[in-house]
Design a protein around this ligand. Structure first.
Ligand code: FAD
Length: 411
């Protein structure tokens, strides 16, 4: 019963590790298109961009981990197609048979389609190679335009500021990180960006890119007709899941490879996890595709358990983090813009949490420089410890005491 894993990112490597630690004796093969030893992606837009940081990126596991655990890691090898009838995958290095197949193919940055999109000097940030290129340029330019105020765009914008660049961010929405953050936290960040000197242009998308005679980008024109000159342009307008080989194998696709509550695709011997998978959130009806390390890792662990014979559904409270200069942002649960919120801590001192409530019950939280609050909320959401909106609104409310009381009451 061999397992083949397509993709050696955060999810794929986790499946292999959890299979071995769970006692799986059969062959495990990870096939990854990247030539490098699998590395952690989050530092690429954070520590790696720091002025004084010149260390190599962090490997996900040390090189000997794979041999020590009898895991075959095929680097620089691309899976071209899946033959479901033969139970094989065809790759640039030959054909491999599987009993269980795990799709952990991740996602790639969405590309621009506007006039001038093919200019040189317009970059995205996904791979180590991208990070090396951007790191080499960031210290040499004086003006940077970032298109898209999502997490990666803003992490890069903050990093560019530290390199003394003039930074302008164009964002079509009216606030940063709007897909994931409550309006309150989003606007709090917008104020900090402005304070630190980033020019934020909300409500402005990208219309076209101007280039010089050598084909190099020189300016962007926004949807409101403004022109922004720069020497470096970074585009962070979201990602698109890598579903092509799954689609050609006629697995069900809809903004990601569709999986059930056990993370199985429409073919029960094929699983999909991480950025490429659309799964039923908390076992319920809402489908989501989450782009986070925690999601890929937790789904990787879950699939390993399924292969080892477990039949529990996948029910995990999502969480995510971003580090932007001195601000450590952490999120638990999926917070919606219309959720009721209660702010605890001190936003002026840049240490606070936003508790989110739906139908009067706690559904998640966002914290800035308050990791202790996140640990509490994560525990409450995971263990189903309730918090009612009216209790959180009380003057004497304290999150830690609430948890303590709830635990002793349950005991
Ligand atoms: P990936 O880690 O993307 O791995 C997919 C792998 O599949 C890749 O190595 C790819 O080469 C390979 N592959 C694809 N197709 C094929 C094929 N046909 N054949 C062979 N191999 C293939 N998340 C957080 O939670 N917090 C953060 O702060 C954070 N910061 C980030 C910063 C950056 C710059 C980036 C790019 C991402 C960040 N993320 C962050 C997101 C996080 O890295 C992803 O959600 C996570 O890597 C998803 O894991 P995955 O295993 O699904 O996919």
């Amino acid at each position: 019963m061999s397992t083949v894993i397509i993709g050696g990112g955060h999810g794929g490597v986790q499946v292999a590790e959890s299979l071995r630690s769970g006692g799986y004796q059969q062959p495990i093969t990870i096939i990854d298109a990247c030539p490098e030893l699998p590395y952690q992606r989050p530092p690429l837009s954070k520590d790696y961009m720091k002025v004084d940081f010149d260390a190599a990126p962090l490997p996900m596991r040390e090189e000997n981990f794979y041999a020590d655990n009898d895991i075959t890691l095929l680097r620089g090898t691309e899976v071209i197609s899946i033959d479901r009838l033969e139970s094989t995958v065809h790759t640039t290095a030959g054909t491999f048979a599987y009993d269980n197949l795990v799709m952990a193919t991740g996602a790639r940055p969405r590309q621009l389609s506007c006039e001038g999109a093919d200019s040189s000097g317009v970059h995205t940030l996904k791979t180590l190679e991208d990070a090396v290129t951007l790191k080499s340029l960031i210290g040499e330019v004086s003006r940077v335009v970032v298109v898209g105020a999502g997490f990666i765009g803003m992490e890069f914008a903050v990093a560019a500021l530290k390199h003394d660049c003039d930074v302008t961010v164009l964002e079509f929405a009216d606030r940063p990180m709007s897909r994931a953050l409550s309006p309150y936290t989003s606007r709090w960040f917008a104020e900090r960006y402005a304070e630190h000197g980033i020019t934020m242009r909300f409500g402005e998308g990208l219309s076209s890119i101007e280039k010089d005679s050598s084909g190099r980008a020189t300016a962007v024109i926004s949807t409101s007709g403004e022109r922004y000159e720069a020497e470096l342009f970074v585009v962070g307008i979201g990602v698109q899941p890598n579903v092509e080989i799954a689609d050609e194998a006629e697995l069900d696709i809809d903004n990601g490879i569709l999986v059930d509550t056990h993370l199985r695709t429409s073919d029960p011997r094929i699983f999909a996890i991480g950025d490429c998978a659309s799964f039923p959130l908390l076992g319920g009806g809402t489908r989501m595709r989450l782009e986070s390390v925690q999601n890929a890792v937790d789904q990787g662990k879950h699939v390993a358990l399924q292969i080892l014979g477990d039949h529990e559904p996948y029910i995990v409270t999502p969480w995510f983090w971003s580090t932007q200069g001195r601000y450590r942002l952490q999120m638990t649960g999926i917070v919606r813009p219309d959720d009721d919120i209660v702010v605890i801590g001190d936003p002026e001192k840049k240490k606070f949490s936003v508790l989110a409530f739906r139908d009067g019950e706690l559904v998640g939280a966002e914290s800035v420089n308050q990791p202790a609050d996140q640990n509490i909320v994560r525990r409450m959401c995971t263990e189903g410890i309730p918090l009612h909106l009216e209790d959180a609104l009380a003057d004497e409310f304290d999150l830690r005491s609430h948890l303590k009381h709830a635990i002793s009451a349950a005991a």
